[in-house]
Design a protein around this ligand. Structure first.
Ligand code: GRF
Length: 190
């Protein structure tokens, strides 16, 4: 299977997915990194690993349709069959959904449907919840909506700092995402 990872940031989930592939725990090839923030850390990591990168600046395009048309061209050219969002801080639009609907997954740092959108970790801490976690779901036109594939929970206590919670959330993400991608690919070829 050939996957594309969409990321805008540091790419710690990219690292985890790549490590799982290198350990043979995930039978896939990262065919492309798509990044809407040229110069992001994930771009440097991908280039160092010899992985092709499509980076673009959204505001230089007339519309979301215009840049997604370019993205879809790249995905088709690379034979991508699953799109993995990993910190791509942007809503997927109609053009990408028309081409890859049902084949796009996202990871979100809360137990959806609680705390969708930006800074889910901060939202959870602010709300004082005792349990939060990570959700992996198929992507539809909504913000962090779409059928849930997997969730893992963790306990929060009032004296946890933001950084502690974030670290524990990320540790869950890094172990859960590669496993779930492997399952999704298995089901797709079954
Ligand atoms: C992850 O916490 C993910 O849940 C959120 O963005 C973060 C991406 O981090 N949507 P990274 O770039 O993979 O380190």
């Amino acid at each position: 299977s050939r996957i594309a990872i969409f990321a805008s940031g540091t790419g710690s989930n990219f690292d985890a997915i790549k490590a799982a592939i290198d350990r043979n725990e995930l039978q896939a090839e990262i065919a492309l990194i798509v990044c809407d923030k040229p110069g992001a850390k994930v771009v440097e990591k991908a280039e160092n690993a010899g992985i092709d990168v499509f980076q673009f600046t959204p505001k230089t395009y007339a519309s979301k349709q215009a840049f997604e048309t370019e993205i879809v061209k790249e995905l088709h050219a690379k034979g991508v069959n699953l799109v993995v969002l990993a910190g791509y801080m942007r809503l997927v639009g109609d053009t990408l959904l028309a081409a890859y609907g049902g084949k796009i997954v996202n990871i979100h740092p809360s137990l959806l449907p609680a705390f969708p959108g930006k800074d889910a970790i901060g939202q959870a801490i602010e709300a004082g919840v005792k349990v939060s976690g990570v959700t992996i779901h198929y992507v539809d036109e909504g913000m962090d909506t779409g059928p849930i594939i997997a969730q893992e929970s963790m306990k929060l206590s009032t004296d946890d700092s933001y950084e502690e919670v974030q670290q524990r959330i990320q540790a869950i993400e890094h172990s859960l995402y590669p496993k779930v991608i492997a399952n999704v690919l298995k089901e797709a070829t079954a």
